[in-house]
Design a binder for this molecule. Structure first.
Ligand SMILES: *Cc1c(COP(=O)(O)O)cnc(C)c1O
Length: 400
């Protein structure tokens, strides 16, 4: 029998705050009642703030992030359209596969797992495409499999410098609400996320931010779509309704999670993710282990993918943590299976939780055969959290 709390350090589903869980515990309600908009209309405004968009439109589809990927593609593109995608991790690989299945002509730029979006290759390719044959560029903002965050502003710049008109698609599933994301400033046309990552909710909502340009494209795009139809959604959303049964519990939860983020402040949420992630990275460095991310400018503040030594099976680390310490770490996906374990540090998290993650990882690593000095990673993270606290005090930032 297992006792005590279980610890979830996977990059989604993430921990759901108690206040959000309680907010979802409400009776079923009439989705066609005259006051249903009182629940939903604020969610569109709140979500727009998280995406930092005023011009864009938010859509909530019952589904997950993958469903929102599909909605983005089928509403704005035509069968056979040429699109440009970078492939550098499990999620970018899956998005390529979806685009191929949906009949797009996908030009893939393959780069090593651990690198970020191939901005220079994109730029070169876009520069040669003087007839605007490429209709869209797809970027995975935060590659959850490798713990790499790519520079979306740089991709926008590559498009602009080449006077290219392609739509900019961004997978923000493990970045929106946790990492800096600026839809309007970066002129992102379609951003996709899901409820179960930075938004700290159960899975069940596929969320999109859609630019005016993408809305225009959706009016003439000819790809077949049925369930995920922007026009049906927009027509009903005007008064806060949906074309089919929406998950009202999740809306209640989202209302609370948006309120939590608003009261902490989006900038502070992002800063906290950085502070906590840096603590985890200090711990990993003190173990003498490497991240999959190739360069410090690529480090993700929502997930760290940690390489174990060649003679050790990362699956053992994960198994020991789970079975003996009620602790979940993320596995190595695809070619990283067995070579990597991941610590998710996204959503409702604090210093104590990160220190627990590191301390359990230390025991599990040692038991799986990595020769570590117990406490070393934890100590390095503690030192970092201490210096962060001291810096905050000396700058006169009120301790919360
Ligand atoms: C989790 C994740 C997805 C998949 O989202 P689902 O909600 O599981 O469909 C896609 N992309 C990234 C980057 C993710 O982290």
């Amino acid at each position: 029998m297992k006792t005590g709390l279980t610890h979830l350090y996977i990059p989604g589903p993430t921990n759901v705050p108690e206040a959000v869980r309680r907010a979802m515990n409400v009776p079923m309600q009439d989705m066609r009642a005259p006051d249903f908009g009182d629940l939903t209309l604020d969610l569109f405004t709140g979500m727009k703030k998280v995406l930092r968009t005023e011009k864009g439109r938010v859509m909530f589809f019952p589904g997950s992030g993958t469903g929102a990927w599909e909605a983005a593609i089928t509403n704005t593109l035509n069968p056979g359209d040429k699109v440009l995608m970078g492939r550098y991790g499990h999620f970018s690989t899956l998005w390529v596969e979806m685009a191929q299945r949906l009949g797009l002509d996908v030009e893939v730029i393959d780069i090593p797992w651990g690198a970020g979006a191939p901005v220079r290759d994109f730029s070169r390719r876009l520069g040669r495409d003087t007839t605007d044959e490429i209709k869209a560029v797809f970027v995975t903002h935060n590659e959850t499999a490798t713990g790499v965050t790519s520079n979306i502003a740089a991709v926008r710049q590559a498009l602009d410098e080449n006077f290219h008109n392609a739509l900019l698609f961004v997978d923000g599933v493990s970045s929106v609400g946790s990492l800096e994301f600026r839809m309007d400033e970066w002129e992102v046309d379609l951003v996709v996320t899901g409820s179960q990552k930075g938004l700290m909710l159960p899975a069940g909502l596929g969320i999109l931010g859609v630019s005016e340009k993408a809305m225009e494209a959706s009016k003439t795009a000819t790809m077949r779509r049925a369930y995920f139809n922007f026009a049906d959604m927009v027509a009903m959303n005007a008064d806060g309704y949906f074309p089919y049964t929406p998950p009202t519990q999740l809306f209640h939860g989202l209302r609370e999670s948006l309120a939590l983020m608003e009261s902490e402040g989006l900038d502070q949420v992002i800063a906290r993710h950085h502070r906590l992630a840096e603590g985890v990275r200090r711990g990993v460095a003190a173990w003498g282990l490497n991240l999959v991310a190739e360069h410090h400018t690529l480090y993700s503040d929502t997930v760290s993918a940690i390489r174990v030594p060649k003679d050790v099976d990362a699956r053992e680390v994960i198994r020991i943590a789970y079975e003996d310490y009620s602790t979940s770490f993320g596995s190595g996906l695809g070619p990283l299976n067995g070579k990597v374990f991941r610590i998710g540090h996204i959503g409702d998290l604090n210093e104590g939780m990160c220190l627990t993650a590191l301390s359990i990882a230390e025991i599990a690593l040692v038991r799986a055969g990595v020769p570590l000095q117990m406490g070393k990673g934890v100590g390095a993270a503690q030192e970092w959290f201490l210096s962060a606290a001291n810096a905050a005090t000396s700058y006169g930032v009120a301790a919360e």
